[in-house]
Design a binder for this molecule. Structure first.
Ligand code: SF4
Length: 254
C-alpha cells in the first residue's frame, strides 16, 4: 500500500454506509463473521445516490450491504461494525470493498464495484438456507418490486386507482413481514436482508410519506418528489443509500 493512500482510520466512509458484498466475501459469511442479521438488501429499482456522479438513480440490480445498527434512523447508514472511537470491529476480516476504498482515492472501489456481487439468492445458497426462505424472497419480490412501484408512483397525482394500488402494496409488504415473523419464525433483524427495507420507509423516495393511522390503516402524504437524474439502466459506480428527507408537512393524497 502506498503512503499516499494509507487509510486514515477516520471512519468517514464507514459512516456513509457499509460495504456491498462480493464473491470474495463469501468466507466471512460461511465462517459466521457476517450473519444475515448484519445485512441489508437494496433491491433492484430502488433509488440510490450515485456518489460518482452525484445523481439519484434506480439500481439496475440488487446489492447486499452491511447494515446500520438495528433500530437506527432510516437515514442513518453508518456501518454497524464502526465502534464509537471510529475503529472497525472486524478490521482483520473487513469486506473487500472496505479494503479497496480510500477517502482520497475511490478508484479501487469503483473498479471492483460491479464485479462478482453477492445477491440474496447467492447468499442463501451459500448458507444452505431452506428453500422456503428463498421462495419467500421471490414471492415478496413479485408483489412488491420497485419496477411496479415506480410505475404506480408516476400516476399518483392524477389517478386515485394508482394511489389505492400503492397503499395495497405497502400494506402487503407490512403484512408479509409480520407473517414471516409469526409463522416462519424469522427474526425481525433478518427482514431487511430478506425483503429489503420496509416500503413504509422507502416510499419517501417517490415523494410520499406513508403514515400508520390509529386503526392500522395507511395514509399517504405527498412530500417532495425526488429527481431521478439518470433513469436508464447504466450501473451506478459508487453507491450511497438515498437520503431523502420527509417534508415537515404535506398534502394527504389518500
Ligand atoms: S466493515 Fe469496518 S471498515 Fe468496513 S465500513 Fe464497516 S466499520 Fe468500516
Amino acid at each position: 500500500m502506498s503512503q499516499e493512500h494509507q487509510c486514515r482510520k477516520c471512519g468517514t466512509c464507514c459512516r456513509k454506509g457499509g460495504p456491498a458484498l462480493h464473491r470474495q466475501d463469501a468466507p466471512l459469511l460461511t465462517s459466521g463473521v457476517l450473519q444475515l442479521q448484519d445485512l441489508c438488501t437494496l433491491r433492484s429499482g430502488e433509488l440510490v445516490r450515485d456518489a460518482s456522479n452525484d445523481a439519484v438513480v434506480p439500481l439496475p440490480e440488487e446489492i447486499v450491504k452491511i447494515a446500520a445498527p438495528f433500530g437506527s434512523r432510516p437515514d442513518d447508514w453508518t456501518c454497524r461494525f464502526l465502534t464509537e472511537d471510529s475503529r472497525c470491529f472486524i478490521h482483520e476480516t473487513s469486506p473487500a470493498e472496505c479494503r479497496a476504498l480510500f477517502c482520497d482515492d475511490p478508484r479501487g472501489l469503483i473498479e471492483m464495484h460491479d464485479e462478482d456481487r453477492l445477491d440474496r439468492r447467492a447468499i442463501l445458497e451459500l448458507l444452505r438456507a431452506p428453500a422456503w426462505l428463498t421462495d419467500s424472497v421471490e414471492a415478496h419480490e413479485s408483489r412488491c418490486n420497485y419496477a411496479a412501484l415506480i410505475e404506480l408512483a408516476s400516476h399518483l397525482e392524477k389517478h386515485e386507482a394508482a394511489r389505492r394500488a400503492l397503499v395495497e402494496v405497502v400494506e402487503y409488504d407490512r403484512a408479509f413481514r409480520e407473517i414471516m415473523m409469526e409463522k416462519g419464525g424469522v427474526r425481525p433483524e433478518m427482514l431487511d436482508f430478506l425483503f429489503g427495507r420496509p416500503l413504509m420507509h422507502t416510499v419517501i423516495m417517490f415523494g410520499i410519506d406513508a403514515r400508520t393511522n390509529a386503526d392500522g390503516s395507511i395514509t399517504l402524504v405527498q412530500t417532495t418528489r425526488a429527481t431521478i437524474s439518470r433513469p436508464e439502466q447504466e450501473a451506478p459506480r459508487l453507491i450511497l443509500p438515498s437520503d431523502f428527507q420527509k417534508a415537515p408537512s404535506g398534502k394527504i393524497i389518500i
